[in-house]
Write a protein that binds this ligand. Sequence first.
Ligand SMILES: *Cc1c(COP(=O)(O)O)cnc(C)c1O
Length: 347
Amino acid sequence: MAKILINTKHYKDNLDCISAHIGNKDKLALVLKDNAYGHGLSTIAPLAHQYGVKNVFVKNIQEAKIIENLFPHITIFYGRFPSFIPTNFHPVVHDIEQLEYIPNYAKVELKINIGMNRNGINEDKLNIVFEKILKKKCEIFGIFGHNGYGDDESEDFYHSQNHFFRIKEQAINLSQKYSIPTPRFHSLSSSGALRTSNIQDDLVRIGIAAYGYVPYNFPIEIVNKLKPVLSLWAEKITTKHLPKGSKIGYSGTSILQKDEIISTYDIGYGDGFFRYDGNKKNGEKARLFSRDGFEILPKTSMDCFSAICDQNEICVFEDVRPLCDFFGTIPHEILTNLSSFLPRILI
Ligand SMILES: *Cc1c(COP(=O)(O)O)cnc(C)c1O
């Protein structure tokens, strides 16, 4: 059966490497959203717990419930909430209007807009948001921004950081004004954290780097030390000896140039593996290979693909970056697409 292997040593090595860079293991917070970037939330969360991680981030309350007993602080980025939530759940407030969906007495985190102009409270509304939150008897547990320029060498990265520091000062003043505890502050995800040598925030939100990757448009040395955690494996369904000229699969897109041994394997686009129709994303013809160099033939079906080999099992990928180049995307997209029905096995 098709499966995903999770390399626990690589995962731990990555966390060690990132912690060493941050200089303080307690500042390491992990982003486990989207089924832990496709690695399996209930597979990865216990590893993060064992490592001693206390602060994590998930997408919605469904994900938070799966890991409810593992972490003292689980921040929930999106969604609406029931009127009672566990005290270790921290809903994120993205704007004033959203406050009506936040339960009274909740310990919330405020998302502020520091330049992406997507979600987040604008600087000039911070005071009123504080007032409204305190009226609801909520606690402001944290305040964070998301620097959207971590992957880019442009000045915008520093502008966003300065914007964040300005708001941080304002928030500290407001906390004093209302006599409430100072919230925790954080602004950096993987690339931003790994390119910053003197991190002033109380924690960093590490997603993709923990899984072994960081997409970036300039060199960050530490990135070369990270190792891929996930590999995707497919099992053989059938093998055929086919003569030159045979057509394979839908629309006969693959036509054999010589006699070949062809097998089908039990992964298709229904498993979240990208559909390969014989063209690269940019339209050119290209050839796709498994980790060990077996050619994967178009077109990928919903439940299987054909390849030129007769191995009982093949590793479709271990390092996802060649596939990213092939499909013109980033590791996040290929990994988060992997079906939650594929078994995740720790090695
Ligand atoms: C997804 C996400 C992260 C993690 O980003 P990576 O680049 O994967 O480290 C951090 N912060 C927020 C708000 C996010 O949505």
